[in-house]
Design a protein around this ligand. Structure first.
Ligand code: EPZ
Length: 417
């Protein structure tokens, strides 16, 4: 197994390029199953989750060719409609094949994803929506068996905004007969890109990015050509890297409109964030100020930035409260940050952080994707050496993060455990 080693204390300077968004690339890759023909997707990040998605597409019968962050996917022949447990358990986003397979083939057999480090993460809202479109759903040996002659449009109101649920239903409704209305839909930028991509394939979708999305079903969709939007969470992670080290970094392709909630909290913490022609320039203060955050669905403060922000608050002047409202167990990074000297108390869904001027490097263990990033960020600012183990979690969502940080002056490298 590999680990990442960091000798902290260096203020980062320079420019860093953000890659394509993992959480947009994944639904787009599966959307290609909706069309009989060859799709081309570019700016796909080189991540473990993307490799897993590629494996799943091939299991289903698609031909996949990848080169230089571009994918050509020929989904003319779907030879299987089953997403196996061995694969789904490694990447829960595999459940996003449900909508496309049901819409294209009238049948899907997808393993239930099971639990995950950050929470139970059920897919009941996906299934309830697909049933409302006329699918017959049954659970059998840990698999969802879904069948439908032809999906029929319906009015679906989500009990709570769900990114994956909105994505599955968008892809299913695109080929359903008649109109579908999704109420209380997720509004993330990745949803907007998926809807735009589906429309470029011939779908008729309006309202993506708002809580109410209307879809007029069509009979056929054409293959997709598109470029994945920049990864706002990778961008936010590098913004915090600049802030936490008191550096000055231009984060290329960081889009202000996708990061408003984070930007306003960084400014409250005394971090300078300026929009430039090709990105956001972040200048960290000598020491950040404590600010409270409460995660929520887009456009609120993203849960995927909570762990990273907690690393920043660990060094802040004052006491901050971080409330996690989206997932029930997303504080796994707390005990690892405490090993580095952070003063954090968990109180239900909140963490109280008493900022400390100095944290010290230590051997720590990654538990999930964004917790890993949080430990790297703390290591960049802490004194001495931090070693982050189990970085396979990190490689799911960050492409060459240690190389990008080293190019900004960080003393960081990867080595065998
Ligand atoms: C997506 O997960 C992202 N993953 C997550 O990013 C992100 O944290 C999450 O959205 C929230 O923004 C991808 O896009 C691949 P949800 P998703 O359905 O779709 C509950 C990362 O770090 N819920 O919006 O699974 C659920 O348990 C990852 O990149 C139900 O109860 O999230 C959670 O509490 C982590 N029933 C809340 O809704 C359902 O049927 C939000 O989940 C569906 C969801």
């Amino acid at each position: 197994m590999e680990k990442i080693v960091i000798k902290g204390g260096v203020a980062l300077n320079g420019e860093v390029q953000v890659g394509g968004a993992k959480n947009s690339a994944l639904p787009l890759l599966f959307a290609t199953l909706l069309a009989d023909g060859t799709s081309e997707l570019c700016n796909i990040p080189a991540l473990r989750d993307i490799t897993t998605a590629e494996k799943l597409l091939k299991i289903l019968g698609a031909e996949v060719k990848a080169a230089d962050h571009c994918y050509r996917i020929d989904a003319s022949r779907i030879e299987s409609v089953e997403a196996p447990y061995e694969l789904v358990k490694t990447m829960r986003a595999s459940v996003l094949v449900l909508g496309p397979l049901l819409a294209r083939c009238g049948h899907a057999r997808v393993s239930l994803p099971g639990g995950c480090a950050i929470g139970a993460r059920p897919i009941n809202l996906h299934l309830k929506g697909l049933e409302q479109l006329g699918a017959k759903i049954k659970l059998d040996h840990g698999y969802v068996e879904a069948t439908a002659d032809r999906l029929k449009g319906a009015k679906i109101s989500f009990d709570m905004p769900t990114v994956g649920g909105t994505e599955n239903l968008l892809m299913a409704a695109a080929l359903a007969k008649g109109e579908t209305v999704l109420e209380n839909a997720a509004r993330e930028p990745e949803i907007v890109q998926l809807a735009e991509a589906l429309n470029s394939m011939g779908a008729q979708i309006e309202g993506a990015g708002t809580a109410i999305i209307q879809i007029q079903g069509v009979d056929k969709l054409m293959p997709l050509q598109c470029r994945v939007i920049p990864d706002r969470i990778e961008a936010g992670t590098f913004m915090i890297a600049a802030a936490i080290t008191g550096g000055n970094v231009l984060v290329r392709e960081a889009l202000r409109e996708d990061l408003e909630a984070l930007i306003s909290k960084l400014k409250e913490a005394g971090v300078s964030v300026e929009e430039e022609a090709d990105g956001l320039r972040v200048q960290g203060p000598r020491r950040p100020l404590a600010v409270d955050i409460r995660t929520s669905v887009f456009p609120g403060f993203p849960t995927d930035m909570q762990a990273q922000f907690m690393a920043l608050m660990s060094f802040a002047e004052g006491t901050s409260r971080i409330s996690e409202t989206v997932f029930e167990n997303r504080f796994m990074h707390v005990c690892e940050l405490q090993r580095m000297g952070a003063d954090i108390q968990i109180d239900g869904h909140s963490a109280i952080i008493r900022g400390t001027a100095q944290m010290t490097g230590a051997p720590v263990m990654a538990t999930d994707l964004r917790a890993s990033a949080s430990l790297i960020l703390a290591g960049l600012a802490a004194h001495n050496t931090t070693e982050v183990s189990r970085i396979y979690h990190l490689d799911r969502g960050y492409e060459k993060i240690e190389q990008k940080l080293a190019a900004l002056g960080a003393r960081i490298w990867r080595e065998q455990e």
